[in-house]
Design a protein around this ligand. Structure first.
Ligand SMILES: Cc1cc2nc3c(=O)[nH]c(=O)nc-3n(C[C@H](O)[C@H](O)[C@H](O)COP(=O)(O)OP(=O)(O)OC[C@H]3O[C@@H](n4cnc5c(N)ncnc54)[C@H](O)[C@@H]3O)c2cc1C
Length: 521
């Protein structure tokens, strides 16, 4: 097999091509276009442009092939594809993702039985639902004064809009009914509203879901100093005098190993595999892998009551029709759930079959719960056993506390109240998904305001005591969020990327109308 050529020496290595790794590439392309940036991704390229969402692939067979190719060692495994499978209690992954083969639950613990990952260019964002709510209340990171500006920038990179489903005939009706059930006592920002989505509409009217391709943008694709290497596993971050100095990469096509020198390394490999890479590299700060948190998820499906028949047919070409769109019931500290209310075919969880008589009348509700954070909830790594890629095997230690159980019980009541306000339940009992189903794992490389052993990185995402090594992804989020975390983790990546651009001393104009002049350090 022909050896590919990998660079020997670059300014910045980015490990992982999900939206947070892509955010580093984009900001560096905009602010430091002379910097040589190499991105390494263990999975294959499954869509065009690289990193594009697979839902945008119109041909169902090609879309399914892209999903299988993203499933790493479980390419041929069965995935959740029908409503029965959701509630069957089987350990099944969502299409495009794969589960931990072992180590997901320790004896006597709850574990995360369906903790999942994706291995493909674009990471999980080639498969996601694209909901991009902003964090509120205790979800926010109090020591970041610039959080709102960073979230604005993350919305720009992901292409977030609240208008994707403006034409949906049942959207306002669903929101009005929900509002009557939950809005009392809420301020404007936390009232029922349209869900911000990373979606845009093409000229022909078809919805296009943002993936890493949108985050990379033309600025990165046109950057001759940026290269993306797929099927390339970063096995170690290299250190010299305590500073990041490069990475060791294994070419999965040839099996060859390469050393790539770099001034900066950004580990953006997801909340389980970023700490795995640091562990494998002997970089083991006390908080590494700790404060792991997932958003326990409850789902419920209803049939809309008293709605007029639609005169549109279900599209035959796989295009998403517009029925009720996606609505948002924001988290508050008093009501600690994030609510996502979706027309059936936009939901990542197949909750029911569509109603052949009244298409679009079934609405799926999901509540995500914020976790009661514990230091002992953690991802740990085996010193001997390895995973399918030959990296240290993942061991999840995870328990729900009494507080978590109480929040879940309250959530089950709340979702029934919300659901029955909207329509008639298909099943009177809400379903609590197996732990890990949210796909929103956080905290394992958490950010902190001080190096006190309770965090892994500083507010710029640079690992404490390892200059030049940055971490990215949901693992960096230090708070217990209930809202979908990607917008927040992309916002944190923007801050880190700006820091690297500033240190590279080559900052340029960031976006039209906003001239950033960085000081040369
Ligand atoms: C069905 C589904 C629905 C979702 N819906 C939403 C939603 O509505 N809103 C939301 O906010 N989030 C959602 N998510 C989660 C969202 O996709 C993730 O939060 C987001 O993709 C995380 O971005 P990331 O860059 O941190 O990591 P990822 O997207 O996971 O990308 C990490 C990449 O790093 C690669 N990698 C790991 N280790 C290495 C290594 N050692 N060497 C080389 N490469 C490596 C992986 O292969 C992967 O491609 C959903 C996910 C799924 C699957």
């Amino acid at each position: 097999m022909t050896e590919r050529s990998f660079p020997d020496d670059v300014d910045v290595v980015i490990v992982g091509s999900g939206p947070t790794g892509a955010a580093y590439a984009r900001i560096l392309s905009e602010r430091a276009p002379d910097a040589v940036v190499a991105m390494f991704e263990v999975g294959p390229t499954v869509s065009d442009p690289p990193g594009a969402h697979v839902k945008n692939i119109e041909d169902p067979a090609r879309r399914a092939a892209a999903q299988h190719a993203s499933q790493g060692p479980a390419a041929s495994a069965e995935t959740v594809s029908n409503p029965g499978a959701v509630k069957s209690g089987q350990r099944l992954a969502r299409a495009g993702t794969f589960l931990l083969e072992e180590g997901y639950q320790q004896p006597g613990e709850d574990g995360l039985p369906v903790a999942a990952m994706s291995s493909n260019v674009g990471g999980m964002a080639a498969h996601w639902t694209a909901a991009c709510p902003r964090p509120g209340g205790s979800e926010r990171i109090a020591f970041l004064p610039d959080l709102d500006e960073l979230l604005d920038e993350a919305e720009r990179l992901l292409g977030v809009t609240t208008h994707a489903f403006d034409g949906s005939p049942f959207g306002d009706l669903v929101r009005d009914r929900l509002a009557r059930a939950v809005d009392e006592g809420r301020i404007d920002a936390t009232r029922v509203q349209r869900m911000p989505l990373a979606v845009h509409r093409r000229g022909d009217g078809r919805l296009v879901w943002s993936g890493s391709d949108v985050v990379l943008g033309e600025a990165t694709r046109a950057n001759a100093n940026f290269t993306l290497h797929d099927e390339s596993l970063v096995t170690r971050v290299l250190l010299e005098d305590g500073q990041a100095s490069g990475v060791e990469v294994r070419d999965l096509r040839s099996g060859g190993t390469h050393i790539v020198r770099a001034r900066f390394v950004v580990a953006a490999g997801d909340a389980l595999r970023t700490p795995q890479l640091l562990w494998a590299s002997g970089i083991r700060p006390p908080a590494l892998g700790r404060y792991l948190n997932d958003q326990a998820q409850i789902v419920f499906a209803v049939r809309l009551r008293d709605v007029p028949p639609l005169d549109t047919d279900v599209p035959a070409d796989g295009t998403l029709a517009e029925y009720s769109g996606v609505s948002w019931v924001p988290f508050t500290d008093d009501v600690p759930f994030h609510g996502q209310v979706m027309q059936l075919d936009a939901s990542p969880v197949p909750l029911a079959v569509d109603d052949p008589v009244q298409p679009g009348s079934i609405v799926g509700l999901g509540l995500f719960c914020a976790k009661d954070l514990r230091r002992d909830d953690r991802v740990a790594f085996d010193d001997v056993a390895t995973d399918a890629y030959g990296m240290p095997a993942i061991r999840i230690h995870y328990r729900l506390t009494d507080t978590d159980q109480a929040v879940l019980a309250r959530g089950r009541e709340e979702i029934v109240r919300m659901g029955t306000a909207v329509g008639d339940p298909l099943d009177p009992r809400p379903f609590t998904m197996p732990l890990g189903a949210s796909l929103h794992y956080q905290g394992t490389t958490r950010m902190g305001g001080a190096d006190d052993g309770e965090s892994v990185c500083d507010p710029d995402s640079q690992v404490w005591a390892v200059p030049g090594l940055f971490v990215a992804g949901n693992g960096v989020i230090p708070t217990a969020t209930a809202c979908n975390p990607t917008l927040t983790s992309v916002a944190l990546a923007v801050r880190g990327a700006r820091r690297i651009a500033a240190e590279l001393g080559r900052a340029v104009t960031a976006s039209p109308g906003l001239a950033y002049v960085e000081k040369e350090l």
